[in-house]
Design a protein around this ligand. Structure first.
Ligand SMILES: [Zn+2]
Length: 268
């Protein structure tokens, strides 16, 4: 975690009572939207951010699975559509996200992983977060817990060629479940497992045709979401081809910078 001297000094200069209740050494991350193409490392980065800040990582895939497992009305509706080979529509996904964001563990922030995936979802989320901020002000929660924070969008940028290698090069060992990549992390001998010599296999959806279709959907639906946030004033873009720990450090530094600036603005 990055230490920011300016923050720890700021409250002494004349903070108000509400600002003094905010710990000077601890950044409240608030809502974070993690964007990036399939294979960009969103899941890994989301997990690491959630762990380092103690906030939930929320993916629509997990919410969907959870709703189906609990047999909720939303889960049943989603199951019916998916049984027909359809994607869950925006309004259904939005409702499930709204329910999840209403849980108390999201108070200090959350990482949304793979959502919003479309422009209508992004617009809905912005309205929803604005209502949440209004509700906090009415409750007076902003005084006692954290000021309502606007979402920071983080885009993990990875080139098409690298995404293709990451996804179509993936092989796993059916015996010990180790994961290899024929381009990036090849086994020592041919295409057999280093540990037990079992021939490695590829998953059916890691083939190039499936990757191309996923990228086509991403370019059509989600790339405009990235451009939408890029045009806003809380957007961070990181080079996702660097090692995972460097990507994590760059994301943390970017979020700390935005939240520190906001905190300083609120003090004066
Ligand atoms: Zn093995």
């Amino acid at each position: 975690m990055v230490t920011l001297v300016a923050v720890s000094d700021a409250p002494k200069k004349g903070g108000t009572s509400s600002s003094e209740k905010i710990s000077a050494s601890e950044t409240v991350p608030g809502p974070i939207l993690l964007l990036g193409a399939p294979g960009s490392g969103k899941g890994t980065q989301g997990k690491s951010m959630a762990a380092s800040w103690g906030i939930p990582q929320i993916s629509t895939g997990d919410i969907l699975r959870e709703n189906r497992a609990r047999g909720t009305a939303l889960g049943k509706a989603a199951e019916k559509l998916m049984g027909e080979g359809k994607l869950a529509p925006d309004d259904l996904v939005n409702k499930m996200v709204a329910e999840r964001l209403a849980q108390p563990d999201t108070a200090r922030g959350f990482v949304l992983d793979g959502y919003p995936r479309t422009l209508p979802q992004a617009e809905w989320l912005e309205r929803s977060l604005a209502q949440r901020a209004d509700a906090q002000r009415v409750d007076g929660q902003a005084e006692t817990t954290v000021p309502a924070l606007a979402a920071i969008a983080v885009n993990i940028r990875v080139s098409y060629t690298e995404l293709l290698r990451r996804i179509t090069g993936r092989r796993n060992c059916p015996t010990c479940h180790r994961i290899y990549n024929v381009y990036l992390k090849p086994p020592q001998v041919d295409t057999v497992c280093d540990v037990d010599g079992t021939p490695l296999v590829a998953r059916a959806d890691d083939v190039e045709t499936v990757f191309e279709e996923r990228m086509r959907v991403y370019d059509a639906q989600t790339a405009p979401v990235v451009e939408h946030y890029r045009a806003g004033d809380r957007f961070i873009e990181v080079d996702g081809e660097r090692p995972a720990d460097e990507v994590a450090a760059a994301i943390t530094a970017g979020i700390e910078r935005f939240r520190t600036e906001e905190r300083l603005r609120n003090l004066f």
